[in-house]
Write a new protein. Structure first.
Length: 398
């Protein structure tokens, strides 16, 4: 899923909102396209300087002031679009310096310079937080009107709507970019969580599958070793059983890896009988239970619980007797399928639930069931309960 996400990013448009530039060339293309379009408002101040209406000192001061103003504007927006924007105090200082320069240039050189307030409004809309921009953009328009009273009131009134519209439009674009960035980060996080969940599922399945199968293989190997000198025929049968279990374990692992593993309760009951008998444990295992109407997820969860319980009995309990029971019960919450596995052993090391029981608890919760495991008076008991009837479809009411 993560690879798909990366491939989609790579196939996106050359300039996409909220996506980090893939190289310096794309970064500069994006910045020039985004920022350069607003430089059209410099035509009036440039024309004023080239017209010769000012003296040498005024023209030089005008070019210098315009260069400083544009440099501050470009550095502010270029840095804001980069990976490490300026700190908030520096952003405020730069916008303030732009506003001061605009006021000074308009008052000294004339109304042709009122367009500089458009850049101040754009800078406020792009770089400032939304709540602060809602105050500074109208404030920029108000300052322009006050300055226009001394320069050209009519020109200031004509530019007022543009200053307000362009500033608030930039707040919308800025919010769109920020939202797009957050969505892309969220999508990457979801992809990572899905990958982690899949790894957890695979680890849980492999633990349940291999723990049971390898325990049975170990027991039968020990039996074959003890039988080999005196009973070679029985030893050969145990070896044949080992081969069969190994092949089945390989099939189970392949199915678990591909995500299609759904153990059946009847097969697990038969396997439990074989495993307990091979371990020398007297077993009481019921015949094939009544699973009419039981959802597949519920049956699968109970089958996994049975497999893990039998593995724990064989490997950790030290018991010589075990009882397995599968019954259906009617409760206030609806019909339940209940699995009970009880032995007369010690119940293991007693150091808390292991990986198997932790994984089982997660499986039961996903199937809408519960798991109880702990010591009883004469051994250890595991009880798993799952819904025995599929939940009604809420959207299919008559």
């Amino acid at each position: 899923m993560t690879d798909d996400l990366l491939s989609q990013e790579a196939q996106g448009p050359p300039i996409a909102l909220g996506r980090a530039a893939r190289n310096r060339r794309e970064l500069w293309r994006r910045k020039v396209l985004w920022i350069g379009v607003w430089l059209v408002f410099l035509s009036s101040p440039v024309h004023d300087l080239l017209s010769g209406h000012h003296g040498t000192a005024g023209t030089v001061a005008g070019w210098l002031g315009l260069a400083v103003f544009v440099a501050v504007y470009l550095s502010l927006l270029f840095r804001d679009m980069g990976a490490t924007p300026f700190p908030s105090w520096l952003v405020g200082a730069l916008i303030g310096s732009m506003a001061v320069l605009a006021v000074v240039l308009v008052l000294t050189l004339g109304s042709s310079w009122l367009g500089l307030f458009c850049y101040v409004s754009v800078a406020c809309g792009i770089t400032l937080p939304l709540r602060l921009a809602f105050w500074t953009i109208p404030g920029t328009g108000a300052v322009m009107l006050l300055v226009g009273l001394h320069a050209d009131e009519e020109e200031a009134l004509n530019l007022l709507l543009l200053v307000l519209l362009i500033g608030f439009a930039m707040t919308g674009v800025s919010q769109l970019v920020r939202t797009t960035v957050e969505l892309r980060k969220a999508r990457a996080t979801v992809a990572q969580l899905a990958a982690n969940e899949e790894r957890l599922r695979l680890a849980r399945d492999l633990h349940d599958l291999l723990g049971h199968s390898l325990s049975l293989i170990t027991l039968k190997s020990e039996l074959a070793g003890r039988m080999l000198p005196a009973h070679p025929e029985k030893a050969a049968q145990q070896v044949a059983d080992i081969e069969q279990v190994s092949r089945q374990a390989l099939v189970d692992v392949r199915e678990a890896v591909t995500g299609y593993r759904r153990p059946r309760l009847a097969a697990e009951l038969a396997g439990a009988q074989v495993a307990l008998t091979a371990a020398g444990i007297t077993a009481e295992v019921p015949a094939e239970p009544d699973l009419d109407g039981v959802p597949e997820d519920s049956e699968s969860a109970v089958a996994w619980a049975l497999r893990e319980a039998i593995t724990n009995v064989v490997r950790h309990s030290g018991a010589d007797r075990a009882t397995v029971d599968v019954v259906r019960r009617q409760t206030l919450d609806g019909p339940l399928l209940e699995l009970s596995v009880e032995d007369n052993g010690s119940g293991g090391s007693g150091k808390g639930p292991g990986n198997g029981l932790t994984g089982l608890t997660e499986r039961m919760e996903k199937a809408g069931g519960t798991l109880e495991a702990g010591r009883v008076k004469r051994g250890f008991r595991l009880v798993a309960r799952v819904p025995a009837k599929a939940a009604p479809d809420i959207g299919s009411g008559s």
